[in-house]
Design a protein around this ligand. Structure first.
Ligand code: NAG
Length: 437
């Protein structure tokens, strides 16, 4: 029964494309939808590919859509320059898209924007802009010349005017007939309810079934395998728990000794963090190797602006990038490599510029920089940072570096982390390293 329902719903979904294009109502006034975004912003990418594309698919010709690739950029006309939130490459990406609109019209721009967001090089428009121009049969030479030249700049000015007059607060920002639609609102539903309610639009009927639930229904098989996997992992984990708890206490000194949990909250560009890490954490870890359960949390005094899908770091975007490279290293390669990576970045003479040290250190510790860079600049890095942010905010820290031992704050004025741990947590363990100064 359930299966039949799912099949029907899935069928509905695959048919939805054709519903989007009404044949008879071409003459109706179209609903203006403006999408403000920038090319390297991960949230723009997700929102565009999920929300904008599906809405246009369902409501097709009822919409008069416009794309404004400018976002949080700033313009300095005196020096004839534009600064983009994610750097020069983003400006280039924005301008390539503006140029495509100018040279080839909206339809091409729309497909171009989708292609660039879908590209695995989406964080590097110098690659994706070319790749996608070729895919869509456009003359990349022309687009490139426009984007880098005066024409691109002129077009960007227009985009700025539009963006400024819409008073956007963050990107992605969508307005329908000049009214802002909240980031969390389903765009299809919103337009159907507010503008197409009396029109009997097939795309809206489908919209009623709710896009999100439909998509997850259609992917039911993968969810099931995920669930199976989860059950399997849980079972293994429980078995492992049982086997360890039944053995109870440690048998050999080296392998199952008591470990003291030490958590270090820090951020990549803070000088005090660097000093503490190199002068205190590294030697303590060396001395008490097997007795420490060390945890590093690269987030520090950063702030999360969840609505803007943006993280603001104490020492600017470079610090966020450094933090996120490290978070990604932990996630992709595990703690040991992450530790070596962090250490290398702090040791580097370029430690004050993570865009250099992150790249320089990757090969030194056996990490693929491309992977780290993509992760750090993308949605994955953002999600990891969110987690670290929640963890950091949960400890009510006042400054960085901030060290917690077994959940209690350690006062750095003690000046002897190793001695402190030995005395307070490992006194009964008879550890040679604790006997030496
Ligand atoms: C981390 O660096 C040390 C040398 O400082 C090396 O012995 C160790 O193998 C490295 N760990 C990993 C996982 O690469």
């Amino acid at each position: 029964m359930k299966l039949i329902f799912i099949t029907i719903v899935c069928l509905g979904f695959s048919l939805s494309t054709s519903y989007g294009q009404p044949l008879t109502e071409q003459s109706d006034k179209k609903i203006k939808v403006s999408v403000f975004y920038e090319t390297i912003c991960p949230a723009c990418r997700v929102h565009f590919l999920r929300m904008v594309v599906s809405t246009r698919k369902l409501l097709g010709d009822y919409l008069d859509m416009e794309l404004i690739p400018y976002g949080n950029a700033r313009m300095y006309p005196q020096v004839h320059r534009i600064y983009c939130q994610h750097g020069e490459l983003e400006c280039y990406g924005n301008q390539c898209q503006t140029c495509v609109q100018d040279m080839y019209g909206f339809e091409k721009l729309y497909n171009y924007a989708i292609c660039m967001f879908q590209s695995k090089h989406f964080t590097n428009p110098s690659v994706s802009a070319k790749e996608c121009a070729q895919t869509l049969g456009m003359d990349f030479q022309k687009i490139d010349a426009c984007a880098k030249g005066d024409r691109g700049y002129e077009l960007a000015l227009k985009m700025r005017e539009k963006t400024d007059s819409a008073n956007i607060e963050y990107v992605p920002w969508i307005s329908v007939e000049g009214k802002t639609v909240d980031f969390h609102t389903d765009l299809t539903e919103y337009i159907c309810e507010n503008y197409l309610a009396d029109k009997n639009v097939p795309g809206c009927l489908i919209g009623l079934l709710k896009l999100s639930s439909r998509i997850s229904f259609c992917q039911k098989s993968t969810t099931t395998t995920k669930k199976m996997k989860l059950i399997f992992i849980t079972a293994i984990f429980c078995l492992w728990c049982l086997s360890t708890t039944s053995n109870g206490q440690p048998l050999t000194n080296e392998q199952s000794n008591k470990k003291v949990k030490v958590s270090v909250y820090y951020e990549t560009l803070c000088g005090g963090c660097r000093r503490e890490f190199l002068k205190v954490i590294v030697p303590t870890r060396k001395a008490l190797w097997n007795y420490l359960d060390l945890e590093l949390i690269p987030f520090g005094n950063a702030r999360i602006h969840q609505k803007r899908h943006f993280i603001e770091c104490q020492h600017g975007l470079e610090e966020c990038y450094g933090n996120q490279c490290q978070a990604c290293a932990q996630d992709i390669y595990g703690f040991e490599k992450f530790y070596n990576y962090t250490r290398c970045m702090f040791e580097s003479e370029n430690y004050d510029d993570p865009t250099i040290s992150a790249e320089e250190c990757a090969p030194k510790v056996g990490i693929d920089f491309q992977k780290i860079d993509t992760c750090a600049k993308g949605e994955h890095g953002y999600q990891l940072a969110l987690k670290l942010g929640k963890k950091t905010n949960a400890v009510h820290r006042k400054y960085v570096p901030w060290i917690m031992i077994e959940g209690k704050k350690y006062d750095p004025r003690n000046r002897d982390l190793k001695g402190y741990i030995c005395k307070n947590y490992l006194a009964n363990e008879n550890i040679p390293a604790c006997k030496t100064k």
